[in-house]
Each structure stands twice: as structure tokens, then as C-alpha cells.
Design a protein around this ligand. Structure first.
Ligand SMILES: NC(=O)c1ccc[n+]([C@@H]2O[C@H](COP(=O)([O-])OP(=O)(O)OC[C@H]3O[C@@H](n4cnc5c(N)ncnc54)[C@H](O)[C@@H]3O)[C@@H](O)[C@H]2O)c1
Length: 435
């Protein structure tokens, strides 16, 4: 392994671009490749095609160590090639590995002594399969390691540079060391494992976090029946160090590019290997139902939704990203439109134009135009600016000042004081508990 050789990163999406920029920040030369010509053109102009806080600045600071290309041939000097292409769900629920296999074929065709390091989230067994594909393609010098990524969009740079752990699965101890060596300068435990174990750590981690979310959402739903406040329940639970405070925020369910597909893929993986993963079925079902509960809450307050105007505050699957993949807003907007409601929406990251994911929804340039004349507002994404909103002014322009807070994000007392009706998730029959 040549330590001085540049690192290759295939795929310049949320994971690939952040990894490339952060490796450059750690002092490595990095060549990033993507098939998307528009993305590479944008990157070559010094701009990032995605929104991720701090990324453009870090990219600018490390521009001398970063190269972007659409050609696999330009990766020729790289001995280590990270693969960070998308692995979306296929119609069966299994992970669609077509992008991964296409990259592997390109690398195999160029042969040589190189190490593929899989950063994409791939089902357990993928490493073994890629290795036998490489042999079949006559690329015996190309080796394979797994280095799953755990970063969160919106906090991706910090997560990459200050990870809770780095997981490296390798078929060969030397390859594992070579990958770990690239993270020199990062203060984190490196867990060396077999390739299948590394692949499973990623799936098990995401499935566990999704389970925590569905669990607290079910607790919230029971809280509504029995008059307890889930925020205080979660606080009381989270102080127990065996439980911990994270991922215990009740709301309208998880979305995004990872949890839904990874939970589904683990369920499929288990099923394909003959095991019925009962718990994950419930996690998925609870999450699907949770997105729809908001519609039920609106109906309880407004009666029929036909002809009602509903404002959605936030569309991205979480704040500080422009990512809409599997966002709860998509299901919610669709349900409301099906019920005959007029849907207006505002999100700081989404342009006020027709959006293919939100047919029939008017996307507004600011919060006020979304709220104007609305019969209800639903807080879907906890963008900081919604926490600072002048709610009295909001109440004044709404036809019916009603806020359904899908993230339990704003202080109910402030909302009530401003003259709105307030409904959260799992707050029981009163709004009197405080955490
Ligand atoms: N987004 C996250 O928060 C996150 C976190 C951890 C792990 N992951 C995993 O990392 C992987 C990448 O996720 P992402 O969100 O960065 O995806 P993304 O869709 O943002 O980026 C994928 C990139 O790969 C490129 N690509 C596709 N096929 C290619 C090919 N044949 N050659 C070169 N480039 C190709 C695409 O053009 C795109 O730019 C997925 O497996 C995902 O599950 C994502």
C-alpha cells in the first residue's frame, strides 16, 4: 500500500462528498468520481450540490487536495477506493445494489492491486459476493474491505471527524490496518471485524435507533389515552444510563434516506435467510401509522378536511438538510390532498415552485404566505426558525389559529399565550407537566 497515493471516493452524495472533503481535511489527496456530470461541474466550480452545514467552506479550505471527475480512468493513481454510491430500496424491499455492482465492474475492468472500501450501506454478505465477482471478472488483485458510515445529515462533518467509533471489516488484517490508518488524526475507537460483522453493525445500529423511535411513539400514543406527558416520560426514562436520552423524541415518525430503507432491508435480509424478524415488522408498521395520526388529529379538531387549508411548516426529513427522501411530509401532504384539503407549505430549503414529490401543493416563499388564511398549521420539520416565529402574528393571519406540532418542538405555553390552539404528540390531557 502506498501511503502517499491519493484516496479515491466513488459517489459524491451526502456520504461520498463529506468523506472526500473530510479526508482532504485530514491531509490526504482525494480524487472524487461521480457519474452525475452536473454534480461534478458544480463541484469543479467550488460549490456543493447538496446542502450540508460547513461543507462548502471545508471544501474551499482543502481545495488543493481535492479533485472531482466523471471518469473512472482518473482514479488510476488511487490504491484505496471508497465506494459511497446510493443503495436505494428495490420494490421487494431488498437493497438495490446496481450502483455498487456497476462501480465494482468498472474497478475490476481496470484491475491492478487495489482495495475497494465499501462505505455504502450494503446487506450482510455483499462483501463475499463482490469478492467472488472480482475473482470471476479476473481482477484477483482487487481486494475488499467494509467501512460503514454512521454520519447524520445536518451534522455530517462533525460526525465524520468526531465519530463515536470507526468500524473496519476486512478479509485481510493488513487491509484493515490500511483503512484504519486513513483515519489517523481522528480520536475514536477503531473496531476491527470481519466483513459480514461490519455490514451487520451498520444495519443493527440503524434498526435499533428506528426501534427506539417507534417505541417512544407508541408510548406517546398511550400517553394520549391515559393523560401522561411523553416528553416528561422520555426525560425520566433517559436519565437511566442503560436507556440514555437519545432518540426518545416522540413525533410523526422517522424518515430520510437511511432508516426506512435500512430497516426494510434488514427485515428482508432476515427473511431471505429464513428468519422472521417480528420486531422490525412492528417498528415499520408503527412508523407508517404515526405519519397518519396527524391527519386524525386535524380531523378531530376541524371535522372534514375537504376545502380546509392546511399549512405544512417544514418538508425536509429533518432540519439542516435539503434531503426529502422518505420525508414524513410527503405522506402527510398526499393524505391531506386525498382528503380534499388545500395544502400550502414552507421549508427554508425548498424552492417555491411545483415539486414532483408534492403534486398539488403550493410551496410558499415564506412562513407567512403558507399560514395566510390557514385552518391549521402542522409543524413537520423542527427548523430552528420555527422556534423563533412570532406566533401571535401567525395567529392573526390564520383563519383558525391551530397548531399541530408534529415534533413537540415549540413550547405549548408560548403557543397558547399567542392565541393558538395547540396539539402535540403524546402530551396527554393537559399541558401542565414540565421537563
Ligand atoms: N445520507 C446519509 O445520511 C447516510 C449515512 C450513512 C450511510 N449512508 C449510506 O451511504 C450510501 C450513499 O448515501 P448518500 O446519501 O450519500 O447517497 P446519494 O444519493 O446522496 O449519493 C450517491 C451518489 O452516488 C452517485 N453514483 C451512483 N451510481 C454511481 C456510479 N455507478 N458511479 C459513480 N457514482 C455513482 C450518484 O450520482 C450520487 O451522487 C448509501 O448506501 C446510504 O445508505 C447514508
Amino acid at each position: 500500500m502506498h501511503a502517499e497515493a491519493p484516496i479515491g471516493v466513488v459517489g459524491t452524495g451526502y456520504v461520498g462528498l463529506v468523506s472526500a472533503v473530510c479526508f482532504a481535511h485530514l491531509g490526504h489527496q482525494v480524487i472524487s468520481m461521480d457519474v452525475d456530470e452536473a454534480k461534478i461541474a458544480t463541484l469543479n466550480e467550488g460549490r456543493t450540490p447538496i446542502y450540508e452545514p460547513g461543507l462548502e467552506k471545508l471544501m474551499e479550505d482543502n481545495a488543493s487536495r481535492l479533485t472531482f471527475t466523471t471518469s473512472h480512468d482518473d482514479l488510476a493513481p488511487c490504491r484505496i477506493l471508497f465506494v459511497a454510491v446510493d443503495t436505494p430500496p428495490s420494490p421487494s424491499g431488498d437493497a438495490d445494489l446496481s450502483s455498487v455492482h456497476s462501480v465494482v465492474r468498472e474497478i475490476a475492468a481496470r484491475g491492478g492491486e487495489r482495495l475497494i472500501v465499501m462505505k455504502s450501506t450494503v446487506p450482510v454478505g455483499t462483501g463475499h459476493r463482490v469478492l467472488s465477482d472480482l475473482r470471476a471478472l479476473g481482477a484477483g488483485g482487487v481486494r475488499y474491505a467494509a467501512n460503514p458510515e454512521f454520519l447524520r445529515e445536518g451534522a455530517a462533518i462533525q460526525d465524520f471527524l468526531e465519530p463515536d467509533r470507526v468500524v473496519v471489516g476486512a478479509f485481510d488484517a493488513e487491509d484493515g490496518e490500511a483503512v484504519a490508518d486513513l483515519y489517523r488524526g481522528i480520536d475514536a475507537d477503531v473496531i476491527h471485524t470481519s466483513v459480514p460483522t461490519a455490514e451487520m453493525i451498520k444495519y443493527a445500529s440503524n434498526a435499533f435507533l428506528a426501534t427506539k423511535i417507534s417505541f417512544i411513539n407508541e408510548i406517546a400514543n398511550v400517553c394520549e389515552q391515559v393523560g401522561a406527558d411523553v416528553r416528561v416520560v422520555a426525560h425520566g426514562m433517559g436519565l437511566d444510563h442503560r436507556i440514555g436520552p437519545h432518540f426518545l423524541q416522540a413525533g410523526i415518525g422517522y424518515g430520510g434516506s437511511c432508516f426506512p430503507k435500512d430497516v426494510q432491508a434488514l427485515k428482508q435480509l432476515a427473511g431471505n435467510s429464513g428468519y422472521h424478524f417480528q420486531l422490525l415488522n412492528a417498528v415499520i408498521e408503527v412508523n407508517a401509522l404515526q405519519k397518519r395520526r396527524v391527519v386524525g388529529k386535524l380531523k378531530q379538531r376541524l371535522g372534514r378536511l375537504h376545502g380546509r387549508r392546511v399549512a405544512l411548516l417544514g418538508l425536509t426529513f429533518k432540519p439542516n438538510t435539503d434531503d426529502l427522501r422518505e420525508a414524513a411530509s410527503i405522506v402527510l401532504a398526499g393524505r391531506l390532498r386525498d382528503e380534499g384539503a388545500e395544502v400550502r407549505a414552507y421549508d427554508p430549503m425548498i424552492e417555491p415552485a411545483e415539486h414532483p414529490l408534492f403534486p398539488g401543493v403550493t410551496i410558499c416563499p415564506d412562513v407567512s404566505s403558507a399560514l395566510e388564511g390557514a385552518d391549521a398549521a402542522v409543524l413537520v420539520t423542527e427548523w430552528a426558525e420555527f422556534g423563533r416565529l412570532d406566533w401571535a402574528a401567525a395567529a392573526a393571519i390564520m383563519r383558525r389559529p391551530l397548531l399541530v406540532d408534529g415534533r413537540n418542538f415549540v413550547d405549548p405555553a408560548v403557543i397558547l399565550e399567542a392565541g393558538l390552539e395547540y396539539e402535540g404528540i403524546g402530551l396527554g390531557d393537559g399541558l401542565s407537566d414540565h421537563d
